[in-house]
Ligand binder design. Sequence first.
Ligand code: BDR
Ligand code: CA
Length: 313
Amino acid sequence: MSTRKIIIDTDPGQDDALAILLALGSPELEVLGISCVAGNVPLHYTTRNALLVAELARRSDVPVFAGCDRPMVRDLVTAEEVHGKTGLDGPDWDEPTSSLAPGHAVDWLIETLMAADDGEITLCPIGPLTNIGMALVREPRIKPKIAEIVSMGGGYFVGGNITPAAEFNIYVDPHAAHTVYSSGIPLVAMPLDVTHKALMRDEWIQSVRDLGGDLGNKTADMLSFYERYDLERYGDFGGPLHDPATIAWLLKPELYGGKDVYVQIETHSEVTMGMTVVDYWHKLGQAPNCRWIHEVDADGFFALLSERLANLA
Ligand code: BDR
Ligand code: CA
């Protein structure tokens, strides 16, 4: 089987953890490394959490790098109210036994991409886009090396989740998001519009627990903790599991539907800072810079997750 080479850029986060597990449980994907960024929680926690998740999957061979500890321009905003103090609250974790790979994530991204063939590597950013934006600013020659960027972020039809206008990942570093969205690199966005159409049910979380062992129990504990915030906010049907949508799209794009559109990132107005302004009806006449995903076969998505988590259990 020919595998697709990916890099996951992340701020774990329980839903980031599920994205990493989905990728590591999928033989179609070769995870070259995990680059961490400050977002849901500060960088010292996101790096620790990425190491813990790689250990949970028994894949400590995948290198984990520490990247930027703050956004390009603005002050860091975090989301402990969703993810808990450590970002990975829920299970009882021991501290990781593995260590971070040496060097800065942005340097590693640039070195790895510059050594690759054109279109060889796919980037999957599931946190604020700081590391990717910084890499593009420092070394624009990485652009042709990137097959596409499949990112979780933004919202159009359902609005925002950190402000009425903005989704968390874009809001935290709108300047990095602008750099990525205006780069000309093929881009797929998995916004709140699609993640809010695939809600976790208790029975599904129980089926994850039933996988047993550390993988089943810790993953279910993460999901139960993570879901409590969304249940309170959105009602008791189930919470959206955002970040794994990126990996699921790579594995089974037939689960998803969307449209090629032109997207701009708001970087000026405080009221709408970080808003993804989607020209859904092609009002501006600009060439699309993004495939905007807003439909999903939710049952297919959760079945895929179950299948790939079972590969790791
Ligand atoms: C995004 O924000 C974070 O809290 C999640 O990990 C996800 O990447 C959802 O808006
Ligand atoms: Ca995330």
